[in-house]
Design a protein around this ligand. Structure first.
Ligand code: GDP
Ligand code: MG
Length: 624
């Protein structure tokens, strides 16, 4: 296929607008897969099926015989054949990084809009991503078979929101197949062919990679200039490392060796890379000994949410380690560090692109690798600025810099766009101001839909913002966010003390104005989790000034812990870490201070012991 017979395109859509269904249909229509054979072919992973979202971009080539009057000069039986490369992008905004890296390999997109739903937040986000990449945009109004479909209204929305010519919109039903022939024709006619130079030295864009059990690392590449052949020696522009191409081919939809990839083609390369970390997305690969200008790369991954992962329920640390290692081979956008927590033992601290990304990662660990994990409350990366001018990014509450004098804490902010039916505007505004949001814009997209833009601290949205937003708007709110600049804020580190012993895992960073209330609920919560019946001394102390924010009295009681098998052998004054490594926690009413005092044991046995399963304990640890 010469470049002028190649079209590289992608389908972008709001979730549930029919992207996967349409992709399957196009594969069927071009004979790439059998009809009805394998629904939602491109959504390979189980978690994607469950959530109905595509996490890992899957790319597929199809061969299409174009049938159009433009080519009437050509004999009907000799219609021109095109190679269409469909690059499937992830469907959620948390993955917009993945979306943009896939889009960089395309020249056009199908912007799919559900005819019953109209333009939604992700339609808008995807439109902007595609325009930034200078792609041809083909609006496709889907689900026109439904009785509530209102394609004319959607056309009006398209014109009003994006200045698109409404006559350019195609009407289709991915379900019945109506209008899909026109969609294929439009791809050929409206998306421009890749513009690479056939005779120039090889340059290709690495836009994705994943781990394959037999072939190891597989890179998805778009050949921009020149030709790639099996046996070629290639070099990474990012690292300077050299590789030998051992296999090259296309996805059709399974891997199919072709021995070479020509200018403009999209396919896969196996070249002996050992991990996907080595396959840097956005990297330019070129042939050894040639001189080339690297292609514009992508932004490096930015982790917005961090959470600790600890083995649970019979999963061992090494099993978890193995599972995480395997999974990060397939998702190089997750960062992993070993973490030691006094309370929770050994685990991992992982960084994610966003909340959904984090959920999906947890789910995949459990479903695909069968391990059980406990995850701690998500944190956001703060920047600590010290008196000496140094700045350090911190995504956990450590005491590592406690000796340095702190000048300021900067926190990540987001620009949130919320689209809701007009009647829910009131509660949404209330929620946003409670969460320290600053209104940036308030307008109506159509008569019934409002667009609200807020600047919000990321820390205020990582825990439950989305859930609350959904519930106060009966599920109608559409919420997307992009990162904004860091802001210097009045933040404090809040430490929790249990009988004057610090509980590291419960430390959290709070806004000054909320120190009191968060301190109170933390104290209440600690009190509850230890035992409703047993009185304990729990203090929450604000770390910087040492001022006690919230204290629960009396101070004369502590809690004892024992092994499950012998509740009698209570060991007093043990640390939280001992408590947590035990399967059961027995709370006992005992004097806290002079533990070694004689007679304690006797006194101990007079009191009822209550056990708290480790599960419940850890569950509550997540709250703060
Ligand atoms: P995605 O999230 O964009 O990938 O959407 P899916 O392809 O998973 O489709 C979401 C739902 O809409 C599924 O239940 C599909 O069966 C349904 N669907 C997709 N296209 C059509 C269509 O043209 N007509 C009708 N009636 N339903 C459709
Ligand atoms: Mg889908």
């Amino acid at each position: 296929f010469p470049p002028e017979r190649i079209r590289n395109f992608s389908i972008v859509a709001h979730i549930d607008h029919g992207k996967s269904t349409l992709a399957d249909r196009l594969l069927e229509l071009t004979g790439t897969i059998q009809r009805g054979h394998n629904p939602q072919y491109l959504d390979k992973l189980q978690v994607e099926k469950q959530r109905g979202i595509t996490v890992k971009a899957q790319t597929t080539s199809m061969v299409y015989r174009h049938n159009n009057e433009i080519h009437e000069a050509i004999d009907k039986h000799d219609r021109p054949v095109y190679l269409l490369n469909l690059i499937d992008t992830p469907g959620h905004v948390d993955f917009s990084y993945e979306v943009s890296r896939s889009l960089a390999a395309c020249q056009g997109v199908l912007l799919l809009v559900d005819a019953t739903q109209g333009i939604q937040a992700q339609t808008v986000a995807n439109f902007y991503l595609a325009s930034e990449c200078n792609l041809s945009i083909i609006p496709v109004i889907n689900k026109i078979d439904l009785p509530t479909a209102d394609p004319d209204l959607v056309k009006e929305q398209l014109a009003a929101t994006f200045d698109l010519d409404p006559s350019e919109a195609l009407l289709a039903s991915a379900k019945t197949g109506e209008g899909l022939e026109q969609v294929l024709a439009a791809i050929v006619e409206r998306v421009h062919p890749p513009r690479g130079k056939v005779d120039s030295p090889l340059r290709m864009l690495l836009f994705d990679s994943y781990f394959h059990d037999y072939k190891k690392v597989i890179c998805n590449v778009a050949v921009v200039d020149g030709v790639l052949r099996k046996g070629n020696r290639i070099v990474s522009a990012a690292t300077g490392k050299g590789y030998e191409v051992s296999d090259v081919g296309i996805m059709h939809p399974e891997l199919k060796s072709t021995g070479s990839l020509l200018t403009g083609q999209v396919g896969y390369v196996v070249c002996g890379m050992h991990s996907t970390q080595e396959a840097r997305v956005g990297d330019t690969l070129y042939q050894r000994r040639s001189t080339i200008e690297p292609l514009p790369g992508f932004k490096p991954v930015k982790h917005m949410v961090f959470s600790g992962l600890y083995p649970a329920d019979g999963t061992s640390m090494s099993e978890l380690e193995h599972a995480i290692e395997k999974l990060t081979c397939n998702d190089s956008s997750v960062s992993v560090e070993i973490e030691n927590s006094a309370a929770l033992g050994r685990g991992f601290r992982c960084g994610f692109l966003g909340l959904l990304h984090m959920d999906v990662f947890h789910q995949r660990l459990e479903q695909e690798y069968g391990v059980h994990v406990h995850n701690t409350m998500p944190n956001v990366p703060y920047i600590f600025e010290f008196e000496d001018g140094n700045k350090v990014e911190m995504h956990m509450c450590t005491d590592r810099y406690k000796d340095k004098k702190r000048k300021a804490i900067w926190e990540p902010m987001v620009l949130a766009k919320i689209v809701v039916p007009s009647e829910y505007v009131g509660p949404v505004i209330t929620l946003c101001s409670e969460r320290e949001g600053e209104q940036v814009q308030f307008s109506f997209i159509t008569g019934q839909q409002a667009l609200l833009k807020y600047r919000l601290p990321l820390r205020e949205i990582v825990v439950d913002f989305h859930d609350i937003l959904k519930s106060i708007t009966s599920g109608y709110a559409i919420f997307i966010y992009e990162e904004a600049e860091h802001q210097r804020s009045s933040l404090l580190k809040l430490d929790a003390f249990l009988n004057t012993k610090k509980v590291e895992a419960m430390a959290t960073i709070v806004h000054k104005s909320k120190a009191e209330s968060v301190g109170k609920s933390l104290t209440q919560m600690l009190k509850k989790f230890i035992n409703r019946n047993v009185q304990n001394s729990i203090q929450v102390v604000e770390a910087i000034t040492g001022r006690v924010v919230s204290t629960e009295r009396p101070l004369d009681y502590g809690f004892g812990v024992s092994h499950r098998r012998s509740p009698q052998s209570n060991r007093l004054g043990c640390t939280e870490s001992t408590a947590l490594s035990l399967s059961k926690i027995y709370c006992t009413r005992v004097p806290a201070a002079p533990l070694e005092r004689k007679g304690v044991k006797k006194q101990l046995n007079q009191h009822r012991t209550v056990d708290i399963p480790r599960e419940a304990f850890l569950d509550r640890m997540k709250f703060s």
